[in-house]
Design a protein around this ligand. Structure first.
Ligand code: ADP
Ligand code: 3PG
Ligand code: MG
Length: 394
């Protein structure tokens, strides 16, 4: 999929009202933003529009419903931009307050609308909200890569009611790195897939088996592959209804000549708790009553050797229960290894994987960390993203 959408640089923005859909769906703890990656990701587009004299109207969802306000985002964005971001507090999102705030704007001003999910039709792609959003602007820009897999009023529906709908720098950047890796990777191309369940990643595994030289499997999903081969897995997370699928995937890897790597040893714990008793065992001899929570030391070595040979690596999903320190070795060692590769494009897709790299303080050592969780997964599955499809072609 080569990139052929119009961008903000293809349109005249000076003096125009430009509505930018961002993904400001950030984690909050006691009103404080605990991960700012999505805000940082949105800055280049906002700055470009401000510098080029647009009236910049920002919108986003936050959380699953109407319960959260974007007010803390307005405060933090103001600090990051060094410029006031006026928060248009308005339960109707595009109600009287928002309209007034927009009407009062001068060129270069920035206004943030309230959480688009304050309107229940947002997630149903309701026309009324789409039309109201469209009425606020002359130009619509989608830069919400993290929400591009949703066809909602503010990400897709709105484009039916505007003359101009283009993408911003973040979407462009995400597609450049994720897209180039899938389309034209420098080889060897290695994918690392982890996370808890194979059922979350079926589409990704199937699509990547068409593209990669090596597929490394870790995390909870590994145990379904072991069970499928007839080994015991103790009390590890295992999807019994996916055993045939696991066998099919292993067969497909063989047919495609893809090296599929599964753990050879694993760190098991007695209970799902940070300080539970633990030990490392062979994957072929997993004891009853124990659960596999991380890859073992031999596996870590094997995986590290493999990625050191790679020229392109895509990583989705932690290799173990990395939230607990004693089960984070696989994930942390992989993060450090990738961070230190000098001649390799390293890409992270997936919210928990990005958080693990962040926790290790290694974020700036990767070529690209996607701001999309579900969106990057769907992209890696080879699906088209509706929030991008609906934008104008060059
Ligand atoms: P991402 O958000 O990067 O796509 P996922 O959401 O698929 O990743 O997976 C992350 C989750 O998988 C984490 O909560 C992690 O604790 C869990 N996980 C990883 N390995 C195991 C395991 N062996 N047993 C149980 N849960 C695991
Ligand atoms: C995300 O965090 O993955 C995006 O912001 C989309 O959020 P959603 O899953 O609530 O639609
Ligand atoms: Mg996740």
């Amino acid at each position: 999929m080569s990139f052929n959408k119009k961008t903000i640089e293809d349109v005249q923005v000076n003096g125009k009202r430009v509505l930018v859909r961002c993904d400001f769906n950030v984690p909050l703890k006691d009103g404080v933003i605990t991960d700012e990656n999505r805000l940082v990701g949105a800055l280049p587009t906002i700055k470009y529009l401000v510098e080029n004299g647009a009236k910049v109207i920002l919108c986003s969802h936050l959380g699953k419903d109407a319960s959260k306000t974007l007010a803390p985002v307005a405060v933090r964005l103001s600090e990051m931009l060094g410029k006031e971001v006026v928060f248009a507090r308005d339960e109707e999102v595009v109600g009287e307050n928002a309209r007034k705030a927009v009407a009062d704007m001068k060129d270069g001003d920035v206004v943030l609308l309230e959480n688009t999910r304050c309107r229940k039709e947002e997630t149903k792609n309701g026309e009324e909200l789409s039309k109201e959003l469209a009425s606020l602007c002359d130009i619509y820009v989608n830069d919400a890569f993290g929400t591009a897999h949703r066809a909602h009023s503010s990400t897709e529906g709105v484009t039916k009611f505007v003359d101009t709908a283009v993408c911003g720098y973040l979407i462009q950047k995400e597609l450049k790195f994720l897209g180039e890796a899938l389309e034209n990777p420098e080889r060897p191309f290695v994918a690392i897939l982890g996370g808890s369940k194979v059922s979350d990643k079926i589409g990704v595994i199937e699509n990547l088996l068409e593209k990669v030289d090596t597929l490394i499997i870790g995390g909870g999903m590994a145990y379904t592959f072991f069970k499928a081969q007839g080994y015991g897995v103790g009390d590890s997370i295992c999807e019994l209804d996916k055993l045939d699928l696991a066998n099919e995937l292993m067969e497909k890897a063989k047919q495609k000549g893809v090296k599929l790597m599964l753990p050879t040893d694993t760190k098991v714990g007695k209970e799902f708790a940070p300080d539970t008793e633990s030990k490392i065992v062979s994957c072929k001899e997993m004891p009853d009553g124990w659960q596999g929570f991380d890859i073992g030391t031999d596996t870590i070595k094997e995986y590290v050797e493999e990625v050191k040979k790679a020229k392109t690596v895509i990583w989705n999903g932690p290799l173990g229960l990395s939230e607990f320190k004693q089960f984070a070795a696989g994930t942390d060692t992989m993060a450090e290894t990738l961070a230190n590769l000098t001649d390799c494009t390293t890409i992270i897709g997936g919210g928990d994987s990005a958080a693990a790299v962040e926790r290790a303080g290694l974020s700036d050592k990767f070529t690209h960390i996607s701001t999309g969780g579900g969106a990057s997964l769907e992209f890696l599955e080879g699906k088209k993203l509706p929030g991008i499809e609906c934008l104008q072609d060059k």
